[in-house]
Each structure stands twice: as structure tokens, then as C-alpha cells.
Ligand binder design. Structure first.
Ligand SMILES: [Zn+2]
Length: 288
């Protein structure tokens, strides 16, 4: 496992902590629907996982099973670091206690982080330094802060991070031979009105060519199809990403298919297609 992997892991921790330190965001960071649908956790996982993959891409660190497990764990710790950020900036109103005067206190001055988490998970009300009245805005973490909803948050973070890190490596192929991510060479787009399953026939034709194993033929076909099918009101979009390894010049082709539903494009992941081809050793150019 590459030592470089610690960079996206640390960035995930800093990202979480930084989010937690923004008081105006605090009330949105544990947003669950019906206590158990972890909207914030899922978004945090998707953002963190996507960001971590992007860093790996720029560092040319392959994202395999072990790396995904480590980065998903880092995303989870990033989420806990977010709570640590909330803990460091949040305030609480104290009244009618023996040892303290009534007033607003920073939580970190009153208890440890572990104590704070126990307290928050019990459904306590906490405040942030921004808002009213008197510069305080209290919000009920307990609305989503029960233990069950926190577990749902964690599940959301892991799910989001895994979705990002399992799907992105498919779209950005890695050349194992050279230890580098492929770079985009060109991109073809086809917009098709899907009458009589025209799009399915086109996809089948492309896959037939892929099975014959000559990437240049696949690319020539896709270029021709992109010129032929560019209907503005098409309801199926086929995108073909032609990528090459910067070192060995091996070709990768990634095809995605989107359907137009209610004015939005949605990918039909079952229809993705791929091709990888590395040149023979004699064809490999020395890297500059
Ligand atoms: Zn290569």
C-alpha cells in the first residue's frame, strides 16, 4: 500500500474537522429524514470519497480493495472529526447549577470530547456561537442525535464513500503496467431518439466491435456515430471516453449510457461498456 494514501486520508480528516468548525453549518451536518435516512452522512461520504479518489488520481495511487477500505475508514474518521469540530466551536447555556454561574460556555471548556459525544447521543440540546438571542442559537441535536440516528449517519458515510470509490475507478481506468491513471484523449457523444430500440442496437454494435479486440476500429465507429447522431431532442445519450496511458500509450475506452427522464439525465449503469488494450512492447514509447 502506497504511503501516498495517507494524503487523501488526512485531507478527509481535515475536511471533516473544518466543516464542523463552521457554526452556520452545524445544524445541517446531522440531517436525517425520519431519524434513519442519513442525508448529511450520505452526502459527506460521497463528497469525501469523491475528493479522496481525485487526490489518488493526481498522485497516481491505484484505488484497489485495500485502498478503498482504508479511505472509507478515513471518511468515517473524518465524520467523527467533524463532530470534534462541532465540539470545539459549540456553546451551551448553563443555568441553575451549583458550581457555575448562569451563562453561555464553550462545551470544550466543560467536558471532554468523549463526554460530549455521550451527551449529544443522549439527545441533548446544544448551541452554536451564531444566532439569536444574545449571540446564541440553540438547536436540538437530539432530533437526529440519538444513538440510532448516529449509527445511521455512520452507515450513510460509509455507503456514500463506497459508492464514490467503487464507481469512479471504473470511469478513470488505471494502467497497472505503468502505475498511472489514463488521461482523456477525446470524447464522443451521441444523442439518439430511441425509436424501435435504436440506442440498444447501436450499443450492441459497439460491444460487438469491442469483442473483436481492435480499439482503433471501436474509436473510428464511435467517431462516425457521434457525427451521425447528435439530435438535440434525443432521449438517450451515449458517451464514449477515449483515454490513454501517458507512458505506454495503452488505450482505454469507457462507455456510459444516460436516459432522459423528467428532464434529467440518469445513467443506466448496466449498459456501461469498457475496453482496455495495451500496445506490444515494441510499440511502447519511452516516457519523457
Ligand atoms: Zn501504461
Amino acid at each position: 500500500m502506497s504511503i501516498k494514501l495517507f494524503i487523501p486520508a488526512i485531507v478527509a480528516l481535515l475536511f471533516g474537522f473544518g466543516l464542523g468548525c463552521i457554526p452556520t453549518l452545524n445544524r445541517h451536518l446531522h440531517w436525517n429524514i425520519c431519524y434513519v435516512v442519513p442525508v448529511s452522512g450520505l452526502l459527506f461520504g460521497l463528497l469525501t470519497g469523491g475528493g479522496q479518489f481525485r487526490i489518488c488520481y493526481h498522485l497516481n495511487v491505484k484505488v484497489g480493495s485495500w485502498e478503498i477500505a482504508m479511505l472509507a475508514a478515513a471518511a468515517l474518521f473524518g465524520f467523527i472529526a467533524m463532530d470534534y469540530g462541532i465540539y470545539t466551536v459549540s456553546t451551551v447555556i448553563v443555568s441553575n447549577t451549583k458550581n457555575l454561574q448562569d451563562g453561555a460556555y464553550r462545551i470544550k471548556d466543560l467536558m471532554t470530547f468523549i463526554e460530549y459525544m455521550r451527551w449529544a447521543l443522549s439527545g441533548s440540546t446544544i448551541g452554536t456561537p451564531i444566532g439569536e438571542p444574545a449571540g446564541l442559537n440553540t438547536f436540538k441535536l437530539g432530533a437526529t442525535g440519538t444513538t440510532i440516528s448516529y449509527i445511521a449517519d455512520i452507515a450513510g458515510v460509509l455507503t456514500g464513500a463506497l459508492i464514490a470509490m467503487l464507481s469512479l475507478p471504473q470511469l478513470f481506468p488505471y494502467c497497472d503496467r505503468c502505475g498511472r491513471f489514463t488521461k482523456r484523449e477525446q470524447r464522443f457523444e451521441m444523442f439518439i431518439i430511441n425509436i424501435e430500440n435504436l440506442a440498444d442496437k447501436i450499443i450492441a454494435d459497439i460491444k460487438d466491435l469491442i469483442n473483436k479486440g481492435v480499439p482503433e476500429n471501436v474509436l473510428a465507429c464511435c467517431e462516425q456515430l457521434a457525427e451521425q447522431y447528435h439530435v438535440k431532442n434525443g432521449n438517450v445519450k451515449i458517451t464514449v471516453d477515449h483515454r490513454i496511458c501517458p507512458q505506454c500509450k495503452g488505450i482505454s475506452i469507457v462507455g456510459t449510457v444516460h436516459r432522459l427522464t423528467n428532464r434529467d439525465w440518469h445513467e443506466d449503469r448496466k449498459l456501461r461498456f469498457f475496453m482496455n488494450s495495451q500496445p506490444q512492447p515494441a510499440q511502447i514509447q519511452p516516457s519523457v
